[in-house]
Design a protein around this ligand. Structure first.
Ligand code: BGC
Length: 403
């Protein structure tokens, strides 16, 4: 057996990612209200499910336990941490900004800096304040004004942040909230869907300009969800790939390509397009998602060729309560990234999703994505075995593989 060492470039950033609604707890916004709506509660009960397991509630109590999250980051030897700002906490009523909240986020950034952990701050990761919901959310006429007013307060409160992600996964948000209608606002309306997509592109562009004005040295992007589509044999599969790529991978990034300094790649899925036949014999996560971590190589090469931008992996991971596959998954993904880097892709960091178990949207608390498990009653964070393997990788800036 030989040992192979895959060294990553000097300065490569290692860490993990989270989002406010999924970990902070105690939030009041369009999602929290929707989760408690009688219609949703009734539906869950009819499926024999406990509605409380599908309400974020206290989440991982991270609002009160940031130091514990920081201890987790230190345990994995992280050099970067992606987290998000909750809009409803910052601006609970229109134009009333909560200084205490802004101070809290500013303390988080300062503590990260003290520990030499680079903050990657997502300005908006999905839920919106109730006042904005009542004005039509991202369909509102003045949404660019509302968003940039909020973003400006955040940016001024966090002047040392170098890496900003304006919005998280615009295509997923619009798809689930306005096209499939399974998330608030449950619209299922093609016109609203297109309008919101368009508004999100405008919001990003305006926020990009704003952030650059405040700090010309900062780096701005979005966290973008991409799927690697592999075409089976024949022209029909190839055509399906072209369409799927355009829709899932290109059309949003194409619109904002002049306004992004880097691509934040959220990568989870590989999809085989083969006349509707599925890939057989693939491992799956607790949520039933096919696990093809090495396809991150193809995804990165695809994005590199099309956009020629630095790439940070801003999410990559799996729901795996028993930690059966997580170590294998991380290693396979890193082998893929290393290969992409050796072939010229400018990948500069890897942020695993997620640091800790959290509230997985409509799956509630059933999807355990954490490197650390979180006890639902005591909130105690415990490293899963994969976290310790990952910690060694982060510490040494290299992956050791036996073959
Ligand atoms: C989202 C996360 C989510 C993860 C796993 C991404 O689409 O940004 O909030 O938890 O996927 O589903």
């Amino acid at each position: 057996m030989t040992l192979k060492i895959l060294k990553f470039p000097t300065g490569f950033l290692w860490g993990a990612a989270t989002s406010a609604y999924q970990i902070e707890g105690g939030l009041v916004n369009d999602w929290s209200e929707w989760e408690k709506s009688p219609k949703r509660v009734k539906k869950l009960k009819a499926q024999g499910l406990n509605p409380a397991d599908f309400q974020s509630g206290l989440a991982a109590d991270s609002w009160n336990r940031f130091e514990e999250d920081l201890a987790c980051l230190k345990k994995i030897n992280a050099s970067a941490y992606r987290f998000s700002i909750d809009w409803s906490r910052v601006e609970p009523e229109e134009a009333r900004f909560d200084e205490g909240t802004l101070n809290h986020y500013s303390t988080m950034v300062a503590r990260l800096r003290e520990e030499n952990i680079e903050p990657f701050v997502t300005i908006w990761h999905w839920p919106i304040p109730l006042w904005l919901r009542d004005k039509g959310g991202f369909e509102a006429k003045k949404i660019i004004f509302y968003f940039t007013r909020f973003a400006e307060r955040v940016a001024l409160a966090l002047p040392t942040v170098k890496f900003w992600l304006t919005i998280n996964e615009p295509t997923v948000y619009t798809g689930d909230s306005y096209f499939r209608g399974i998330w608030p606002t449950q619209k299922r309306n093609i016109f609203a869907y297109l309008k919101v997509l368009n508004n999100l592109a405008k919001v990003h562009k305006a926020t990009y300009a704003l952030l650059k004005k405040i700090n010309p040295d900062c780096q701005v992007g979005i966290a973008s969800s991409h799927m690697y589509f592999e075409a089976g044999p024949g022209i029909i599969n190839k055509f399906a790939k072209t369409c799927a790529d355009w829709w899932q991978n290109n059309h949003f990034l194409d619109q904002i390509k002049e306004q992004q300094d880097f691509i934040g790649l959220n990568f989870y899925l590989h999809v085989l397009l083969n006349y509707g036949f599925k890939d057989k014999n693939k491992k799956t996560s607790d949520l039933g998602w096919e696990l093809s971590p090495s396809a991150i190589y193809n995804m990165v090469m695809y994005l590199n060729e099309r956009y020629h931008k630095p790439i940070y992996i801003t999410e990559n991971g799996l729901a795996d309560a028993k930690d059966t596959y997580r170590t294998w998954y991380i290693e396979e993904a890193l082998i893929g990234l290393h290969k992409a880097i050796s072939e010229g892709a400018d990948v500069r960091g890897y942020l695993h999703w997620s640091l800790i178990d959290n509230f997985e949207w409509t799956h509630g608390y059933s999807g355990k994505f954490g490197l650390f498990s979180v006890d639902r009653k005591t909130f105690i964070r415990t490293p899963r075995p994969s976290a310790l393997v990952y910690a060694e990788i982060c510490k040494n800036n290299e992956l050791k593989i036996e073959n």
